[in-house]
Design a protein around this ligand. Structure first.
Ligand code: PLP
Length: 407
């Protein structure tokens, strides 16, 4: 077997489809987000504005978070030194889990190294806890949920995206005595649309199912304390397991579930993705806890974030660009072709210092390739002006249609 040739074939396939990904080498500078320095392949540097980060509120540079992290490093050192069961549970981990449980009004929370791992580990473990479990999964669930459901060896039913009638049909077709779980998201990150939380909870009640929600793109951003859309809509008590990240709005890294004490205890005891890995560094836990505590109280950043998203959407709509607007903070501009998307992204970067990564299949369906902008309170009106001007110019230059797919 010519292994190298096989690798070439695999990589060439991506090049041919125009969806080979390249890293951009960026140096974020504390106090200057969303500005950053890019180092090109030839070593030259360029100042850029990041428009595709998920540090939605700029908490990754917030003094409250940095102070907590510095203090934790000074007090306790760098790593945790172990898995949670073998010396890797510290006061920082316990304090963060208490903060998260409180955030979601749950008895307990369980930390993972990322929300990806939290989804994968939890969803792949649940059938061990509930033999015969059927998982009903929204068709557009994140890869981490799909992977968890796929790996668990249990039964799964995929319902059409946000289609509660389809979900009802699937639930009704199964044996009423079988254990069931409905897995979905509160904000779908590629289109920025919301999951029908109440309707899904109603169906769960009717069919005796557990509910599992991914609030990764909502925690810190929605709800009076940042508890996500389930908090905003006063539905958190109806969700059995809430998944979230510490790496986006909270500006640090890590993931978690929040649930009943018994659920967390069982997942903690059975999930390999929780058991067999080093716990997050104490300083990360300290920074995340400080970020959550701050955003529980602070409404201003959340409000500014929504305002910035509205302004950007209005301005891009004003140009007639095909943006998708479901009223959330995510601003996708549909280009509809991987090659054009890449050209736009490359030109924005090289000619205007605007960094927005192309989003291609398999992250989104073919034909809906897009640029996904993530405005934040640290983007000022000057940055918006520059972006709008650049998009206007490039869109005309690339002879792309306007408002073709606007939703
Ligand atoms: N769930 C959703 C919906 C996501 O978009 C992501 C990341 O992009 C994750 C989970 C994983 O989160 P993390 O970056 O903490 O692993």
């Amino acid at each position: 077997m010519d292994y190298t040739a096989q690798l070439d074939t695999a990589i060439d396939r991506l090049h041919e489809e125009g969806r080979y990904r390249t890293f951009i080498d960026i140096e974020r500078r504390n106090g200057q987000f969303p500005h950053a320095m890019r180092t090109r392949a030839d070593g030259s540097q360029q100042e850029i504005t990041v428009w595709c980060g998920n540090d939605y509120l700029g908490m990754g540079q917030h003094p409250v978070v940095l102070k907590a992290m510095h203090e934790a490093i000074d007090a306790t050192g760098a790593g945790s030194g172990g898995t949670r069961n073998i010396s890797g549970t510290t006061v920082y981990h316990n304090a963060l889990e208490a903060e998260l449980a409180n955030l979601h009004g749950k008895e307990a929370a369980l930390l993972f190294t990322s929300a990806y791992i939290a989804n994968d580990a939890t969803l792949s473990t649940l059938p061990k806890l509930f033999p015969g479990l059927i998982i009903y999964s929204d068709a557009l669930n994140h890869a981490s949920m799909i992977e968890g459901v796929r790996r668990n060896g249990g039964a799964k039913r995929v319902f059409r995206h946000n289609d509660v009638e389809h979900l009802r049909e699937l639930l009704a077709a199964d044996d009423p005595s079988t254990p069931k779980l409905i897995a979905f998201e509160s904000v779908y990150s590629m289109d920025g649309d919301f999951g029908p939380i109440k309707e899904i909870c109603d169906l769960a009640d009717e069919f005796g199912a557990l509910t599992y929600i991914d609030e990764v793109h909502a925690v810190g951003l929605y709800g009076p304390r940042g508890g996500g859309v389930s908090e905003r809509d006063n539905l958190a008590h109806r969700i059995d397991i809430i998944n979230g990240t510490l790496g986006k709005a909270y500006g640090v890294m890590g993931g978690y579930i929040a649930a009943s004490a018994k659920m967390c205890d069982a997942v903690r005891s059975y999930a390999p993705g929780f058991i067999f890995t080093t716990s997050i560094a104490p300083a990360i836990a300290a920074g995340a806890a400080a970020s959550i505590a701050f955003l529980k109280e602070d409404q201003a950043l959340r409000a500014q974030h929504q305002d910035m998203a509205k302004v950007l959407k209005l301005r891009l709509k004003g140009l007639g660009l095909p943006i998708i607007d479901h009223g959330s903070h995510i601003v996708p501009v549909i280009v509809g072709n991987p090659v054009h998307t890449k050209v736009l992204s490359d030109r924005l970067l090289e000619d205007f210092g605007i960094y927005v990564q192309p989003i291609n299949f398999p992250t989104v369906p073919r034909g809906t390739e897009r640029l996904r902008f993530t405005p934040s309170p640290v983007h000022g009106s000057g940055e918006v002006d520059k972006l709008v001007h650049a998009m206007d110019e490039l869109w005309s230059h690339c002879a792309l249609n306007r408002a073709e797919l606007a939703g």
